[in-house]
Design a protein around this ligand. Structure first.
Ligand SMILES: Nc1ncnc2c1ncn2[C@@H]1O[C@H](COP(=O)(O)OP(=O)(O)OP(=O)(O)O)[C@@H](O)[C@H]1O
Ligand SMILES: [Mg+2]
Length: 371
C-alpha cells in the first residue's frame, strides 16, 4: 500500500476514535503507531507525548464519591474499589513470584529507564495457582506499593446474576478502569474464559470472550490489568496468550510454611519458633489460608477454654495424615524440640516410642532428659 494512502487511513481512524470520545483508544492507537513506524524521531515524539499525557488518574482519589459502574437495571455495583489497599500481614512468596511482583512495581517506578530504552511497562499479567496462596493479596500488594487504588472485578459474581447483560457491563467496567490510573484485578477469570469450543458455552459467553480479548489487546500502558484464576486448565489458549506475563503461585514449601506460622504465633506464643519448626513439617503443602485458619482456630479454642495455645497447636499434628516416613520425622522433631514429652509425641503422631528413641539416638540427640 502507498504510504500516503496508509497515512490517510491512519488519520481517518484516529479522527474516528477521537471524535467518538474514546480517549483510551486514541492512546492505544498512538502507541501502536509509535511501535510500527520506522521514523525514529516521529516515534520518539509520540512516545514522549503519551508519557506526558495529562492523566485523569486521580478521579478516584480526588473524589471518593466518584460513581463506580453499576448494572443499569439492578444498580448492582460491578466493581469494588479499595482506595488505599492494606494487607492483614506481609505476604510470603517463593523467590520467582516475589521477583516478578517486585519487577512490576519497579517498572512503574522507573518508567524513565524503560521509556529511554523504547520500552513500555508490562500492562497485563495473569496470576494462576490453587486457592488461598496469595493471588488476590499480590494484587493488593502491587497496588499498595504503587500507591494506586485497586479496583476488583469479580467475574463470577457479575456473571452469575447478569449473564444477559454481562457483555455491556464488562465493557463498561473495563472502560471505566482504563480511564483512571489504577490497578485492576479481574478475579475468577475462568468464569468467563472458558474454552470457546465448549458447546454449552455459546452465544453470550463467546461475545464476552471477544470483549475481553479486545480489551486485553488495547489495554493502555498507563494501567495495570491483573487477572487471577485457580482453574487455568479452563482458560482458552487465546486468552492465555494475550497476557504479557504469567505468574504461577504455588503451595508453600516447608520454609515458607515455617515463616508463615512463625509470623502468626510470634507475639502470642512464647515458643513460637519451636512450634513453627514442628508445625511446618505437618502443614507444608497446605495453602496459606488453610494454615492460617488452623492456627487461628487453635488460638480461639485456647482463648475460650483458658488452656495454653500450645495444647491446641499440638492437636494440629495429630489430625495430620502424612505418609509414615514424614510422620516419623515429625515425631522426632517434636520430641527433639522439647515442646512435649516423648510419650505425647508418640500419642500425637502414632509413631512408636522405640522408633522415636532410636532416631534421636542415631542423630546424637538422646540426652537423658528426653528419655
Ligand atoms: N503468600 C501468602 N503469604 C501470606 N499470607 C497468605 C499468602 N497467601 C494467602 N495468605 C493468607 O490467605 C488469605 C487468602 O489469600 P488470597 O485471597 O490472596 O488467596 P487467593 O490465592 O487469591 O485465593 P483464591 O483463589 O481462593 O481467590 C490472605 O488474606 C492471607 O491471610
Ligand atoms: Mg483470590
Amino acid at each position: 500500500m502507498e504510504d500516503s494512502e496508509k497515512n490517510r487511513e491512519d488519520f481517518i481512524h484516529l479522527a474516528r476514535v477521537a471524535l467518538s470520545d474514546r480517549q483510551q483508544d486514541v492512546y492505544a492507537f498512538l502507541n501502536r503507531l509509535a511501535k510500527r513506524t520506522e521514523d525514529r524521531d516521529f516515534a520518539n515524539s509520540l512516545v514522549e507525548l503519551l508519557r506526558k499525557r495529562p492523566t485523569r488518574s486521580s478521579t478516584l482519589r480526588r473524589s471518593p464519591t466518584v460513581a463506580l459502574p453499576v448494572d443499569t437495571d439492578s444498580r448492582f455495583q460491578l466493581l469494588r474499589a479499595e482506595e488505599h489497599p492494606t494487607l492483614p500481614h506481609e505476604p510470603i512468596y517463593a523467590d520467582g513470584v516475589r521477583d516478578m511482583l517486585k519487577r512490576l512495581v519497579d517498572e512503574r517506578k522507573q518508567l524513565e529507564a524503560l521509556t529511554e530504552a523504547g520500552l513500555e511497562p508490562t500492562r497485563t499479567v495473569l496470576f494462576t495457582g490453587p486457592p488461598g496462596v496469595g493471588k488476590t493479596m499480590a494484587a493488593r500488594w502491587v497496588a499498595r506499593e504503587l500507591d494506586r487504588p485497586l479496583l476488583i472485578l469479580d467475574l463470577s459474581a457479575v456473571m452469575s446474576s447478569y449473564l444477559g447483560r454481562t457483555g455491556t457491563n464488562l465493557r463498561h467496567v473495563l472502560d471505566y478502569a482504563k480511564s483512571i490510573d489504577c490497578v485492576l484485578l479481574v478475579d475468577e477469570l475462568d468464569a468467563i474464559a472458558k474454552r470457546r469450543d465448549d458447546a454449552a458455552e455459546i452465544g453470550e459467553l463467546k461475545r464476552l470472550v471477544t470483549v475481553l480479548l479486545q480489551q486485553l489487546d488495547d489495554w493502555p500502558s498507563s494501567g495495570l490489568l491483573l487477572a487471577a484464576t485457580n482453574h487455568e486448565e479452563l482458560l482458552d489458549p487465546a486468552v492465555w496468550r494475550r497476557f504479557e506475563e504469567q505468574v504461577a503461585f504455588g503451595l508453600p514449601e516447608r520454609e515458607a510454611a515455617r515463616a508463615f506460622v512463625n509470623s502468626l504465633l510470634e507475639f502470642v506464643e512464647p515458643n513460637a519458633s519451636e512450634w513453627s519448626d514442628v508445625l511446618s513439617l505437618a502443614l507444608a503443602g497446605q495453602s496459606f489460608s488453610d494454615i492460617e485458619r488452623k492456627v487461628n482456630s487453635a488460638r480461639r479454642s485456647a482463648a475460650l477454654n483458658g488452656r495454653k495455645i500450645s495444647d491446641h497447636l499440638a492437636t494440629l499434628l495429630s489430625a495430620n495424615d502424612c505418609p509414615k516416613n514424614e510422620r516419623i520425622d515429625l515425631a522426632v522433631q517434636l520430641a527433639k524440640s522439647g515442646l512435649v514429652s516423648q510419650r505425647r509425641a508418640h500419642e500425637l503422631t502414632g509413631v512408636a516410642r522405640e522408633t522415636i528413641r532410636d532416631r534421636l539416638r542415631s542423630k546424637g540427640f538422646l540426652a537423658k532428659d528426653l528419655e
